[in-house]
Design a protein. Sequence first.
Length: 308
Amino acid sequence: MSISPFSLLLKSIVSLAILPGLAMADPYGHREKDSEWEKVTVIQAENATGPNKILDKPIRNHGLVYGWPMGTLGFSELGVYNPDGNEPKPLTSETDPDAVLSTFLDPNFVAAIGFDPSDIDPSFINVPLQKVKTLYEARDVSGVPMVGRDSLPGMFDAKPFAPVIAAPTKPITLEDWLKARGRAVIKCAADGTSTVDIKMKHLVPNRLYTVWSANVNAKIGPFNQPVGGAPSAFTSDERGNGRFKRRLSYCPLMPVEDVQTQMLWMMVLLHTDHMAYGGVFAPNRDSLFGGTVAHVQLHIPLTGERVN
């Protein structure tokens, strides 16, 4: 006996109606389910082109946190490749979806960390993302190891066993970048611990990613930390799928009052130089910065009001 479309729809509605305690908490993807033992929150990731940044606009306004005016603080980490100049073009709402993305160092970030822009190697700026240099080891004819940093060819463009980067190696466009999607499931247990499980798709295939939190401490102000400790790394598969899961000793949805710290958001970074740097985004020296070798692609909000 065939089942009518109306019957299938009615069955779906009834199934959803009996889920216990499920409710939407805000229009950006948070939903919560409470029980005696845990609180489950599902958060849809938001596209980003830097920490709390999408194109030329902030993603969220966090207001005042522990006395620190976080507001719409954020930085750009991507530009539009400019083949006719040394500086990339800035990303804006008018940028063509087919524009090729490049490395970009936000002058506001450089000023915030007190770095001298003249000390930054210009060869690290305006580099298409698929051509960012990486460390590799080769050997000369005598067999002596040599460590170099170079833009490596794709595996189908070099002889077998030469240093290469994994396929595909095509230019990454703005349209490619903004296809990324993700969802975080955060479960906070009665004992104060939690688990964070992030599933993602349409990332750059076969690439190195890490997951970070943006936090504010009452004494030291804002700081970043690898979620669940270092290494907070995973690699996307050949289809751009990725998953990151960690157990935490606290619930990231709530302020941790004994250390007076609040987690504002989590972020998923692509490492275009194929390297992770332990407990920091990037060294912030030797021209290795967020924007030259690391780039936030997904923003997972825990607090703040959406502003665009």
